[in-house]
Design a binder for this molecule. Structure first.
Ligand code: C2O
Ligand code: CU
Ligand code: CU
Length: 487
């Protein structure tokens, strides 16, 4: 079966109509290649909006109860898929935190295996980070407490168990977090949860005809990162959302194991990016396509006032100017009478310029892969992750330049815990306005070098480390990770 052709040349984006490539052993797959086409094999389902969890206040602390559990999901009507989730069968609630608040997260592990829960993007004490050192044994509860020191942003949380992160995230142990602050509130951005402010976890999975969604990476998957042939938005296949306002804000998370998405709309319409990983940009940036690597978030605002349906799509680049639709993630279906939204402000966050001269120290990180044809050896600075080795000790309150170099022939999204950094340059060239905001994950293309400006304030701990790693989860699990302390 061939992919459905989509007419896409509007507004000078040339979107190809090439047939989609064959994927895996067709007999075992639930969908044929047409799954990937614009209509996801004709399936349409209302977009699942995760429950918004605001916790309960107790003596000035916002308290959340999270239960990591086994479950059964019905991604396809009539088919039972064993999954894992948080307070539910697959993925977890969207938690909302206020800047400067104290939060306590009571995380109970109801699985029959160990797990962890990491708060991706947050500046917090190492003991609260939820990385590989904060293992939660089956039947026990881990209750970290920390202060929210972020700007208004879209964060997320996910399993980070040593060697098992990929498998547990694939099964569904992940969720999203919204941080709010006064600066953002004053901007009157679309912010009615589930109406004009929508969290969207983008993922892909493979489901077999018996309903199972096994984590069974091949050698190729271990090398390239595990990918599936079915796009999901918040766990929904063929998601459709009924838009009721002229502007909608989509909080996009790439929650995939190994897929780097190239995001745009099926009709080639542009959108405005308003936030990167750690918060709002200085001003909205108009874009037509945007790369989003595993771990990264981007908030975008889409103008629906023309009343036309459009589909949030992952494209494959055929050439500089030609894109071919690969995954149809979410169809936006505007209603007849759209409520007019406030116009987007021309200025968003106040962001101090990133100044390289502030750095007093430079550290280098070289990402590499060896043994392409065998089991990959994934390294940072020539070594693989070892739980017993602290690779770097970083002085507190010190601005540093981290020079990143991707010496391999694959792209790697490099993520640093406990901080929001700024990108100084890529291959010596300044980055565009869409990359000038706060970041915790940076995509490095093959052979690329980038410099980032980092700073770690307080929370010193000479013994307990934070992680830096590739966010392609198969690479992370295969050792492309290191540990640093703040001292
Ligand atoms: Cu999103 Cu070390 O993690
Ligand atoms: Cu993280
Ligand atoms: Cu990688």
């Amino acid at each position: 079966m061939r992919a459905k052709t989509t007419a896409l040349s509007r507004r000078n984006l040339l979107l190809g109509t090439a047939a989609l490539g064959a994927t895996g052993s067709a007999a075992a797959l639930l969908f044929s290649q047409s799954t990937k086409a614009a209509t996801v094999g004709g399936i349409k389902n209302p977009l699942a909006i995760p429950p918004l969890e605001e916790g309960r206040m107790d003596a000035g602390t916002r308290i959340f109860n999270l239960d990591i559990q086994d479950g059964v999901s019905e991604f396809v009507a009539g088919l039972k898929t064993p999954t894992k989730g948080i307070n539910g069968a697959f993925l977890g609630p969207v938690m909302r935190f206020g800047a400067q608040e104290n939060v306590r997260l009571n995380v109970t592990n109801s699985l029959r295996e160990k797990t962890t829960l990491h708060w991706h993007g947050f500046h917090l004490p190492a003991h609260a980070d939820g990385g590989p050192h904060q293992v939660i044994d089956p039947g026990t509860t881990w209750s970290p407490e920390f202060k929210i020191r972020q700007k208004a942003s879209t964060m997320w949380y996910h399993s980070h168990l040593m060697g098992k992160t990929a498998e547990q995230v694939w099964a569904g142990i992940a969720g999203m977090i919204i941080v709010e602050d006064e600066e953002a509130k004053a901007l009157d951005l679309p912010s009615t949860y589930g109406v004009d402010d929508i969290p969207i976890a983008l993922q892909d999975r493979t489901i077999l005809t018996d309903g199972t969604m096994p984590y069974a990476p091949t050698m190729h998957d271990n090398m390239m990162g595990m990918t599936g042939n079915i796009p999901m938005a918040n766990g929904t296949i063929g998601a459709v959302f009924d838009v009721t306002t002229t502007l909608v804000r989509l909080r996009l998370l790439n929650g995939a194991n190994g897929s780097i998405y190239t995001i745009g709309f099926s009709d080639g319409r542009s959108f405005r990016k308003i936030a990167s990983d750690g918060g709002l940009l200085a001003q909205p940036v108009e874009m037509q396509v945007m790369a989003l690597a595993p771990g990264e978030r981007a908030e975008i605002v889409v103008d629906m006032s023309d009343g036309e349906n459009t589909t949030l799509t992952h494209f494959v680049r055929l050439s500089q100017t030609e894109l071919s639709p690969e995954f149809a993630f979410l169809e936006l279906r505007p209603s007849q009478n759209l409520t007019p939204s406030n116009p987007l402000p021309a200025k968003l966050a106040s962001l101090a310029p990133a100044v390289a001269a502030q750095a007093v120290n430079t550290r280098r990180f070289v990402l590499d892969m060896r043994g392409m044809m065998m089991m990959g050896r994934f390294t940072i600075n020539d070594v693989q992750m070892d739980m017993n080795v602290i690779n770097e000790a970083v002085p507190v309150n010190t601005t540093e330049i981290w020079e990143l170099e991707n010496r391999s022939r694959m792209s790697h999204p490099f993520h640093v815990h406990n901080t929001q950094f700024r990108i100084l340059d890529r291959d010596g060239r300044p980055v565009g306005p869409e990359e000038q905001g706060l970041k915790d994950t940076i995509l490095l293309r093959p052979g690329e070098r980038a410099r980032i400006l980092t700073r770690f304030e307080d929370y010193t701990d000479p013994n307990l480390p934070y992680m830096y790693h590739c966010h392609i989860l198969e690479h992370e699990d295969a050792g492309m990770m290191g540990q640093f302390t703040v001292v």
